[in-house]
Write a protein that binds this ligand. Structure first.
Ligand SMILES: Cc1cc2nc3c(=O)[nH]c(=O)nc-3n(C[C@H](O)[C@H](O)[C@H](O)COP(=O)(O)OP(=O)(O)OC[C@H]3O[C@@H](n4cnc5c(N)ncnc54)[C@H](O)[C@@H]3O)c2cc1C
Length: 318
C-alpha cells in the first residue's frame, strides 16, 4: 500500500481524509461501513482508525462488594484496518499508542500490522486512564510518543526489541504523529510542546496530524512556529464539525481547545441541535475553504463514525 507522504507528494490538490472509531464492543462492523460508504465518493486516499486502551470499571455485586475490572469498550482497530483495505482497496492508518503496552507487546502488534501490509501508523502516547489522573507508562513501556517513534524507526532498520533474532526483516512504516495548535494540555507552554514535537520529527516522524481547532489563525500560527523550529514535514489540519450544544463545554474540557466567540454565540442562540448542526457545517466549510486556499496537503475530518455532517461539508469542497 502507499505511504501517507507518497499520497501527499502525488496529489495535485488538497486531499480529503477522515478518522473513524472502532464500534463499541459487540456492535457490527456494518456500522463502520455505513459511516465510510457515504464518504467514499470524495476519494480518501486513507482512513485513520483510532485505538482505545482498556478502562477500569467497578462491578457491583448483590452483597454490596465492588470488583475492579479492566474492559476495552472499542477493540478491533487492527481488524477494521484490514477490513477497510480489503473492502475499499485504500490505505488504513491505525493509531498505535504507548498506554497499556510494553515494548514487546508493541513489537508484536507492529509485526501484525507489517504482515497485513499496513505501511502507515499514527504514533501516539495515549491519555491517562481516568482513575489514574496522569499518564503512567507500563512497566517496560514508553512514557512518550517519541520513544514509540524510536521503536518503529528501529524496526524499519531491522533493529528489533528482541535482540535474539537471526537476520530479522525490516518493516517499512511511514510514521505520523500528533501536533497541537493550541498546545498539549500538559505542556507548560507552546515552545516546550514544539520542542518535543520536533524531537518526534527528528527521530523519524514524517508527517503531523493536528488536534481539532475552530480558529484557523491558531493553525496558521502553529505551522509558522513549526517551520521556525525547523519542523519541515507536512502538517495535516484536523477538523470537526460542531453538532451539539453540549460540545460548547465538552470539547474544551476533553481536548483543551478554544471555541471562537462568534461560533460559541451562534451555537448558544441556536434553537436546537438540528440548528447547531447547520451552524457547525457552515463554520467547518468556511474553515476548510480557507485552509484549502492556503494549500494544506489534506483536510482531515474527525467523524466520530458519523458521516452525515462530513459528507455535507465534503460535497461543498471536493
Ligand atoms: C490526531 C490525533 C489522534 C489521536 N488519536 C488517539 C487515539 O487513537 N487513541 C488515544 O488513546 N489517543 C489519541 N489521541 C490523544 C493523544 O493520545 C493525547 O493527546 C495524549 O495526551 C498525547 O499524545 P501525544 O502522542 O501527543 O504525546 P507526546 O508527544 O508524548 O506528548 C505528551 C506530552 O508530553 C510532553 N513531552 C513529550 N515528550 C517529552 C519528553 N521527552 N519529556 C518531557 N515532556 C515531553 C509533550 O509536550 C506533551 O505535553 C490523539 C490525538 C491527536 C491529536
Amino acid at each position: 500500500m502507499t505511504k501517507v507522504t507518497e499520497h501527499i507528494k502525488q496529489a495535485k490538490q488538497t486531499l480529503f481524509s477522515f478518522e473513524i472509531l472502532p464500534p463499541l464492543k459487540g456492535e457490527s462492523i456494518q456500522n463502520i461501513y455505513d459511516a465510510i460508504d457515504p464518504l467514499m465518493e470524495f476519494n480518501p486516499p486513507f482512513i485513520e482508525v483510532t485505538y482505545h486502551r482498556e478502562e477500569f470499571i467497578y462491578k457491583k455485586f448483590a452483597n454490596g462488594s465492588l470488583e475492579k475490572r479492566a474492559t476495552r469498550k472499542r477493540p478491533g482497530t487492527v481488524g477494521i484496518c484490514a477490513a477497510i483495505m480489503h473492502k475499499y482497496k485504500i490505505d488504513a492508518v491505525p493509531h498505535i499508542i504507548c498506554g497499556g503496552f510494553n515494548k514487546e507487546e508493541t513489537e508484536n502488534a507492529l509485526i501484525d500490522l507489517n504482515f497485513l501490509g499496513i505501511d502507515n501508523v499514527l504514533v501516539l502516547r495515549g491519555d491517562a486512564i481516568k482513575s489514574e489522573g496522569t499518564f503512567v507508562a507500563e512497566k517496560d513501556g514508553h512514557p512518550f510518543a517519541s520513544e514509540l517513534v524510536k521503536q518503529v524507526v528501529n524496526m524499519n532498520k531491522a533493529v528489533y526489541y528482541d535482540e535474539e533474532l537471526q537476520n530479522p526483516s525490516p518493516s517499512n512504516f511511514c510514521i505520523g504523529v500528533a501536533g497541537y495548535p493550541e498546545k498539549h494540555f500538559e505542556a507548560p507552554n507552546l515552545k516546550s510542546d514544539l520542542k518535543y514535537l520536533k524531537m518526534k520529527v527528528d527521530l523519524g516522524a514524517e508527517y503531523i496530524v493536528t488536534q481539532m481547532f475552530f480558529n484557523n489563525d491558531k493553525f496558521f500560527e502553529f505551522v509558522d512556529l513549526c517551520r521556525k523550529e525547523g519542523i519541515e514535514v507536512p502538517i495535516i489540519p484536523g477538523l470537526k464539525p460542531f453538532s451539539t450544544k453540549k460540545q460548547l463545554t465538552i470539547l474544551p474540557s476533553i481536548f483543551h481547545i478554544d471555541i471562537p466567540e462568534a461560533l460559541a454565540e451562534a451555537v448558544e442562540k441556536a434553537k436546537d441541535n438540528e440548528a447547531v448542526k447547520k451552524i457547525g457545517i457552515a463554520w467547518c466549510v468556511e474553515q476548510s475553504k480557507e485552509l484549502m486556499k492556503r494549500g494544506v496537503p489534506i483536510l482531515h475530518y474527525y467523524t466520530m463514525s458519523k458521516s452525515q455532517a462530513v459528507r455535507e461539508i465534503a460535497s461543498q469542497l471536493f
